[in-house]
Design a protein around this ligand. Structure first.
Ligand SMILES: *[C@@H]1O[C@H](CO)[C@@H](O)[C@H](O)[C@H]1NC(C)=O
Ligand SMILES: *[C@@H]1O[C@H](CO)[C@@H](O)[C@H](O)[C@H]1NC(C)=O
Ligand SMILES: *[C@@H]1O[C@H](CO)[C@@H](O)[C@H](O)[C@H]1NC(C)=O
Ligand SMILES: *[C@@H]1O[C@H](CO)[C@@H](O)[C@H](O)[C@H]1NC(C)=O
Ligand SMILES: *[C@@H]1O[C@H](CO)[C@@H](O)[C@H](O)[C@H]1NC(C)=O
Ligand SMILES: *[C@@H]1O[C@H](CO)[C@@H](O)[C@H](O)[C@H]1NC(C)=O
Ligand SMILES: *[C@@H]1O[C@H](CO)[C@@H](O)[C@H](O)[C@H]1NC(C)=O
Ligand SMILES: *[C@@H]1O[C@H](CO)[C@@H](O)[C@H](O)[C@H]1NC(C)=O
Ligand SMILES: [Cu+2]
Length: 376
């Protein structure tokens, strides 16, 4: 373990000293061969207190930094990150690109944290390690200096602040989208509208099942889950199951509030406005990155994908396929995805082709920590 810590520190130092500008950031790693070894991404519970503290400070820094997206009127760079996730709309969820898009997005977010003084590696939240008591995971921490906050509290200030997160380093942070409200969570294993408890999807056995698929499309759909209100499709032998949230969707919905995105208001009182994604509008949809847990969650989704890829460097590392677009009206996929498809990140960073993001070691120089890893 000690040597990987040293390698991680060396890799971090290299990235910091040669930190590329936004214009050349995405291309600068494509030829990099990780001369300093791989950075080790830790589980949140494995991080040093210093890194957790820096992580929270970096989030606060991003909230104070002016927006770099001139075309919008969002108030901070933190909000730009939300915009980036909304920008591609229906092209990044329930489609083949879901996994590589979010891999590159999490990576880019980590670079943004570094610009705000964070010196650690990108952490993940291993919900599968906490599956029997998921809300007791270390990510739910009220500490004002190094905690990401706990459950929201049912506030009396009015409907728009229901389930406000009032502790942790981001306590009472105001989010402007889709209306002004305090950042929210409503932790439930069986949120209103769910046909079954959703913590079943994050069990280690579910991860094992996902890893057992030998076709990328099946693996991807099983992990991402079916769109809300649509039956699971296109996994042989499993068609038609309703409410198949999957491990990705299950976590979003169990956290609720802002992480629940379009579902945020299903469990809210009737007087809350509700928002739905349509072909023409993303109102209320895809705004989940405004809860910083989003990135720790997606790092773990990425970790599961990396495990799947590592099962066969020859067959799985560049395995890809499925749809390019999800049509909510017809409840079906459109287009045929290829490794040459372009992934777009709005104003945050340059577009990259899907194949760039496939071999995570080569492109980004990281690996994921094992259970017994601890930061010094
Ligand atoms: C990125 O661009 C900056 C300024 O244009 C340049 O100084 C730097 O060397 C470039 N870095 C890489 C890795 O290409
Ligand atoms: C941004 O705000 C300014 C001033 O309120 C307004 O004139 C402009 O139309 C807004 N731009 C967008 C894209 O909303
Ligand atoms: C999130 O992005 C959308 C654009 O897709 C923007 O209208 C909204 O204001 C953003 N949210 C915040 C908090 O800036
Ligand atoms: C959470 O986990 C800790 C140990 O990690 C344990 O002491 C505590 O009882 C757990 N809390 C709940 C509510 O289960
Ligand atoms: C957040 O707001 C709540 C309700 O107004 C208040 O009780 C709490 O002290 C605030 N927390 C922080 C850390 O400011
Ligand atoms: C979170 O808070 C909501 C609202 O008060 C409550 O209904 C829910 O049971 C809480 N969740 C947990 C895990 O305590
Ligand atoms: C989605 O399906 C509807 C209904 O068939 C159609 O009108 C719309 O053009 C489709 N959207 C795309 C982008 O294919
Ligand atoms: C991607 O583009 C390259 C170069 O244009 C081409 O050789 C290759 O066949 C394409 N691959 C796919 C999967 O479309
Ligand atoms: Cu997403």
């Amino acid at each position: 373990m000690k040597s990987s810590v040293i390698l991680a520190a060396a890799a971090a130092a290299t990235f910091t000293s040669a930190f590329p500008t936004k214009q050349n950031r995405s291309s600068s790693h494509s030829t990099e061969d990780c001369p300093n070894g791989y950075a080790v991404r830790p589980e949140w519970s494995q991080m040093s207190k210093q890194h957790r503290k820096e992580y929270i400070s970096a989030l606060q820094c991003m909230m104070q930094k002016p927006s770099t997206v001139e075309e919008t009127n969002v108030s901070s760079h933190y909000a730009d990150i939300n915009y980036t996730h909304q920008f591609p709309g229906q092209a990044i969820h329930f489609v083949a690109q879901f996994l590589p898009w979010h891999r590159h997005y999490v990576y880019t977010y980590h670079q943004e944290l570094k610009e705000c003084g964070y010196t650690g590696e990108m952490p993940f939240w291993a919900w599968d390690w906490n599956a029997d008591d998921v809300f007791n995971s270390s990510v739910f921490d009220a500490d004002p200096e190094c905690g990401l906050g706990t459950n929201g509290t049912l506030a009396e200030e009015g409907p728009l602040n229901a389930f406000a997160v009032t502790n942790g380093g981001l306590a009472n942070h105001t989010i402007e989208f889709p209306y002004n409200h305090v950042f929210q969570r409503n932790l439930q294993t069986l949120p209103k509208g769910a046909p079954q408890p959703l913590d079943r999807f994050i069990q280690p056995a579910e991860v094992e099942k996902a890893l057992s698929f030998d076709v990328y499309e099946y693996f991807h759909r099983y992990v991402e889950g079916a769109p809300p209100q649509e039956p699971l499709k296109d996994i042989p032998g499993m068609e038609g199951e309703m409410g198949f949230a999957g491990m990705h969707g299950g976590i979003h919905r169990m956290i609720g509030g802002d992480m629940g995105g379009i579902l945020a208001h299903i469990e809210s009182p009737d007087w809350c406005p509700s928002f739905t994604a349509t072909e023409s509008s993303n109102d209320g949809a895809n705004s989940s990155p405004q809860d910083p847990l989003f990135f720790l969650h997606h790092a773990n989704v990425d970790r599961v994908w990396a495990q799947w890829q590592d099962q066969s460097l020859e067959d799985n590392m560049y395995a890809f396929g499925g749809w390019t677009y999800h049509n909510y009206t017809t409840e079906s996929g459109v287009g045929k995805a290829t490794l040459n498809d372009t992934m777009r990140f709005g104003y945050l960073t340059d577009p990259v082709p899907v194949h760039h993001a496939m071999d995570y070691r080569k492109a980004y120089c990281y690996v994921y920590a094992d259970k017994d890893y601890r930061e010094a």
